[in-house]
Design a binder for this molecule. Sequence first.
Ligand code: TRP
Ligand code: SF4
Length: 354
Amino acid sequence: MTDSKSSSDLQVEKAKADAEAKPKPGSLIMSGMRSTHHLHIGNYFGALKQWLDLQADYRGIYGVMNWHAMTSRYKEPHDVARFAREIYAEWIAWGLDHEKNVIFVQSEVPELLELNMYFLMLTPMSWAERVPTWKDAEEDAKATDTHNLGRFMYPVLQAADIAIYRGTHVPIGHDQIAHLELSREIIRRFNFLYGGNLPEPKPIFSETPTLLGADGRKMSKSYNNAFHLTQEADDVVKALRAMPTDPARVRRTDPGEPTKCPVYSYHKLFSSTEDLAWVEPGCRTAGIGCGDCKMRLAGNLNAKMAEPREKKKELLANPDQLDAIIGDGCARARKAAGETLKSVREWTGFAGTW
Ligand code: TRP
Ligand code: SF4
């Protein structure tokens, strides 16, 4: 049989799929981040920004994934714990509403592990083996002592994260497509085997801009070139001073090309149209210097960070208040997980009184 779908058919199909993926009023958005490091600007544009947009219309449940963080940082559990607390505070500081949403810490909900266990049984090795983050990262994993079983089952635990809260939609970046696909397959297989009704989560894609790091290479925690999401104003200035610019602009009088400059890629994210209209011709005609250009950006970045920076400091400086918020979020998450697990035990026949 020949496949004769025209491109317009495909477009219609895509539009239908997109419409299907759009959450409805009763949907539950579920997502999380690993607590391996400080958050950086990429985490904001890649995830947090979508969550903030979504919370206006949908219920959400967001987890600080500290067990997932242990897959690569099992040698430093105390760092993982410290970052978990910091990230929790950071989300709230940036405006994630802890009353409207449920914000929890993964390890406070042990019910997760029981569902994970059933999922581990029903997931064929080959499904986990073909996930690119395992398959393509093997050499790197061996070199960094992270070629471990926990990392192998990473996507299974992720499926359990979503299913235990009955998440219906998962906002993800493109790097997470394979994980979510596997989650859907595991959940489908679980429902098929035991007659369950756990929702098969749908992705909500975010267009993540490729961000450059402070050294002009791709922003990455492993290059240590990432801008932290909340930095002291002076550190923002310092980092920008050191940032490379269009390599063709050696002297102040050399014209430059903004699209070849990492500084400009940040202007596009943080600066007003007026500022962009100042940078572009200014750079191309050597009318402005790179120092001026960077300091304008520093001002804009700091303006955006100022409020969350203060809010985060305030939260971390009042541990009792923060503990109460975290405790409440975790209790609500645990209650929801307990209800799902009760059904899971009924479906699997483990609910009997012995
Ligand atoms: N794997 C995700 C990441 O690295 C983090 C994560 C863990 C997650 N569990 C999840 C995301 C459940 C969405 C849903 O970004
Ligand atoms: Fe980059 Fe700005 Fe310098 Fe142009 S003027 S090269 S955009 S820093």
